[in-house]
Design a protein around this ligand. Structure first.
Ligand SMILES: Nc1ncnc2c1ncn2[C@@H]1O[C@H](COP(=O)(O)OP(=O)(O)OP(=O)(O)O)[C@@H](O)[C@H]1O
Length: 251
């Protein structure tokens, strides 16, 4: 073991003839925040989905803490998948809340199902996490009574209540107005300050620059460059990184 908390090695995932990710390796240390940036279609979502096995890589290996999986011989067993998922929480662009349950119940239910917590215990924990994301006053509201930003914060609380050691974010602010996106980024900053280990696919260059410890640039299914935010943002080595940053930052 290399001392890292997450170690993805040579992950490859094809969809038909198309290699969405090709020989991608990345390590994440405990408490580290890594942003993955890059153009649309580069494979960023596919990569992060491979980390909690929403997509099963065709080859390579993945270790999260002491849970290790080698790919290439079909779908991993359910206990192995469960083992990896126990460590991870994921937040998507779409919030995927149950519309007919309150915020409190949305956050409590997965804990009752997966961790077998009692209703009282799960609701107490749900309240803690709703408070952490600033939504204690929305605990009894239904998703339709909440703004997009509030719904995303409920989704974050739901993930946190499962006690993950690694939080995966897949463009959590896409599709939200900038000021609402800023609410989400604020919650993520707070998590980073609390030393949560995070892997974040983002188009928010400000977040990548000011909150991450490392930025990885993905183009055509490969990580072409990785380094400190300062290095990547101000002095990128790779011409594809330079082009991408010029396009998004307009410089
Ligand atoms: N389930 C799937 N079936 C077929 N092709 C897929 C699937 N998921 C992703 N792809 C393809 O894999 C490639 C990488 O997609 P992916 O969503 O990972 O890119 P991305 O970098 O996250 O893009 P964006 O920033 O637009 O979300 C794309 O060409 C996409 O069309």
């Amino acid at each position: 073991m290399d001392g890292s908390f997450v170690s993805a090695t040579s992950l490859t995932k094809r969809f038909g003839d198309h290699k969405a990710i090709d020989d991608v390796s990345l390590t994440v240390s405990k408490g580290e925040v890594i942003s993955i940036i890059g153009p649309s279609g580069a494979g960023k979502s596919t990569f992060i989905r491979c980390i909690n096995l929403l997509e099963v890589p065709d080859s390579g290996s993945l270790r999260i803490s002491d849970a290790q999986i080698d790919f290439g011989s079909g779908r991993p067993s359910k206990p192995k998948i469960r083992n990896v998922r126990e460590y991870t929480g994921m937040v998507f662009q779409s919030f995927n809340l149950f519309p007919h349950f309150t915020a409190l119940k949305n956050v409590a239910l997965p804990q009752m199902r997966v961790h077998r917590r009692s209703r009282a215990e799960a609701e107490a924990r749900a309240m803690e996490e709703l408070t952490r994301v600033g939504l204690e006053n929305k605990a009894h509201a239904y998703p339709a009574q909440c703004s997009g930003g509030q719904q995303q914060r409920i989704a974050i609380a739901r993930a946190l209540a499962m006690d993950p050691e690694l939080m995966l974010f897949d463009e959590p602010t896409s599709g939200l107005d900038p000021e609402i996106g800023a609410e989400i980024l604020q919650v993520m900053r707070k998590l980073a300050a609390d030393n949560m280990t995070m892997l974040v696919v983002t188009h928010e260059m400000e977040f990548a620059r000011h909150v991450s410890n490392q930025v990885a640039v993905m183009v055509d299914g490969a990580i072409i460059e990785q380094g400190s935010p300062e290095q990547i943002m101000t002095n990128p080595e790779h011409v594809r990184t330079q082009k991408f940053l010029s396009a998004v930052l307009g410089r």
